[in-house]
Design a protein around this ligand. Sequence first.
Ligand code: HOZ
Length: 430
Amino acid sequence: MSASIETEARSADLIRRAEGLFPGGVNSPVRAFRSVGRPPLFLERGRGPHVWDADGNRYICYIGSWGPAILGHADPTTIEALHRTLDNGLALGATNPLEIELGEAIRAAMPSMERLRFTSSGTEAVMSALRLARAATGRDLILKFAGGYHGHADHLLVEAGSGIATHAIPGSAGVPASVAGLTIVVPYNDPEAVEAAFRAHPARIAAVIVEPVAANVGVIAPAPGFLELLRSATAADGALLVFDEVITGFRVGRGGAQARFGVTPDLTTLGKIIGGGMPIGAYGGRADLMALVAPSGPVYQAGTLSGHPLSMAAGITTLAALTADRYEALETTAATLERGLVDAARTAERPIAIARVGSLLTVFFLERPPLNAAEALAADRAAFGTFFGAMLDGGVLLPPSPFEAWFVSMAHGPEEIAETIAAATTALGR
Ligand code: HOZ
């Protein structure tokens, strides 16, 4: 576990060079460790539940590639499928049979995706789904929830979560007011606010987009009846309901949040797990809506690397491994971790709140789990920073933010969970 002076120098050199190259030293803001007051980690290798940094230190990993690594890192079957696919070349610029195989596997798990299209990222999937919603309804307004993160398209960076919440950025510079003005933001889990928005803008809202389990301001479960209310309010007004399942798809169950909570959206966006760790996104839904997408219809959307064979191969292999009994075991693993953290907090007499839906979990330094972003953002950031550092010193790598989900994987076994709980007991005791 302990790094030699020589290897630590390697990390220091990488930090210096990265800071001279990339804004903030990173290629995505969530990878910076600023909000936890630590130098950034350079991860070089992952296997199963573990990752190794550039200095050779090993950690139990709960970043999980920010969601895709549900099987753990470097799942051997996935790696083998990638090698095999690679032998046939890379993107070939026409439809590859693998696209059909993955598309069918997704639709079988999520029947609401009657037709779908692959993109290269979740951001692209959401942009495309909302363009389609606007075209289908002939309306411009989008309703989203405070703290909801749907990628970095202009009109969705309004009161967004993820890196925006972590780094306390008020909203992104560079987004024209006229664009941001097309986005209505209301609190998550607040049915009255949703109804009031529809009353204020009758027949003007194209779509409500929601993470059915909020997972970018920390994990927040939908209150009973909330998703149902979104379904009925959108239907009553003629707006579309879009579930952003980039994180929850194949994570909170094979059928995603829509199956877990029994609410069917008009459109769904996916990413992360369906690519098994390779770049991917997908959007899809009702066949009549998807028929509007070019070349069937007038809504243009395209991508040179969409449906990339490596992404398809990794996705196919990953989805094939996600059997019902493995989800059951994952639920048990995550519940054991949750119970252990609750006990650790009790022993340390620390008031923390743990929110968990399936294998998504957040430790909030709050008295009780939040219901919305405003409550989540009141969490004690400094306390989380101290906790994060102590966990890292104890060999456990958490997402470096109080407002991100921990991703428990199917590779986390009893040993890793016990080690994590032991580290938390020490960390909370400090
Ligand atoms: N959506 C991911 C977690 N909130 C982060 C991906 C990224 O921004 O790098």
